[in-house]
Design a protein around this ligand. Structure first.
Ligand code: ATP
Length: 321
């Protein structure tokens, strides 16, 4: 496993990650305050969610008591299928409405705020399945992304020099991002003519049109060939080097260990564990959530039992919660 991770890290140089840039936004060490565990406080959180709950009929899809996302870090959100990861993403980014709960992004309450306004405030997301690009070219998809996220200014539309300047700015940013994502040569191609992996890159580039602070990526590597996976991993690390905070959903623990600073684990709608990537997969609660044992039992009870037996087996106190 360690060799695999080393190889994964070594291969990231395909996208020329500049080591010198890594310290531009140094992370607090440690990232958390107090006891480490589900819902633990962070030294510098960019997003704080409280009592966020979403049900579909009788099914509780999300029931997150408290979670904090560390600023400037790469956080992986992991968990078995149906754990509620995508639904939680949808809620936090305004693409779905919770039954209850609140969350703040960089000190601003975002509950009930629509997706386009959330994007304007600096929190953007990509989708598990890339959104339809219609018959648009790559460059037009980028420009439309800017409109989706930046919105149209009524006054700018009435004053030609203003909208021309805005158009120019959008085009320049789109071309710059396409260069960064190595899609510049494809700018006039139909977006739909690109491979699944290239569309994932395009979706990520498009999400950056509004110069966000927090980028939420839903399974960015799913269905992408290994070569492009390296490239995507490199791009995610580069977002962090540029000062953005990243949250990504991923099932492959090699990828998580290769790039994540922090891991949040969900199961049955709840956050059941948090920690550093190297530590969190040793947590028996996480092992259990992945193995799917106890599926028919109340998760809260299972978590309590496992933590109690784990603590008992470690006289010095075991895990924090
Ligand atoms: N629109 C919906 N209507 C009904 N049930 C839904 C809806 N969206 C999600 N669910 C259910 O909510 C639960 C959580 O789903 P969600 O997609 O958020 O999980 P996930 O952790 O992202 O899973 P995966 O890793 O498979 O993508 C699942 O049981 C799912 O079937």
């Amino acid at each position: 496993m360690a060799d695999d991770i080393a190889a994964e890290r070594a291969s990231l140089d395909e996208t020329a990650i500049e080591e010198s840039a890594a310290d531009a936004y140094p992370l607090p060490d440690p990232l958390w305050k107090g006891d480490i565990g589900p819902g633990c406080a962070k030294v510098d959180p960019i997003l704080i969610a409280d009592s966020v709950r979403k049900t579909f009929g009788g099914l509780v899809a999300v029931d997150v008591e408290h979670v904090e996302i560390p600023r400037h870090a790469i956080t992986a959100l992991i968990g078995p299928n149906g754990a509620g990861k995508t639904t939680f993403f949808n809620l936090l980014t305004g693409f779905d409405k919770p039954d209850s709960g609140s969350w703040e992004f960089d000190g601003t309450d975002l509950a009930g705020v629509p997706a386009w306004k959330i994007a304007r405030r600096g929190e953007v997301r990509t989708f598990q399945l890339t959104k339809a690009f219609g018959g648009l070219s790559v460059i037009d998809s980028m420009k439309l992304g800017a409109r989706d996220q930046l919105g149209e200014s009524f006054w700018a539309c009435l004053i030609p020099p203003l909208w021309r300047a805005q158009e120019r700015g959008i085009e320049e940013r789109a071309l710059e991002l396409l260069k960064q994502f190595k899609l510049y040569e494809k700018r006039d191609d139909l977006a739909l003519s690109m491979s699944g992996g290239q569309r994932k890159l395009l979706e990520m580039a498009r999400a950056l049109m509004s110069a966000p602070q927090l980028v939420m990526l839903d399974e960015p590597m799913a269905g992408v060939n290994p070569a492009l996976t390296q490239s995507l991993l490199g791009h995610i690390v580069r977002l962090k080097q540029q000062g953005m905070t990243v949250v990504f959903v991923e099932h492959d623990m090699h990828m998580v260990q290769a790039i994540a600073d922090w891991v949040v684990v969900m199961a049955e709608g709840r956050v059941v564990a948090e920690g550093k990537p190297t530590e969190v997969m040793k947590d028996p609660v996480v092992v259990d959530a992945y193995l799917g044992a106890n599926m028919d039992r109340d998760l809260g009870e299972v978590v309590k039992e496992i933590r109690a037996s784990y603590a008992a087996s470690r006289p010095e106190g075991g895990s924090a919660q």
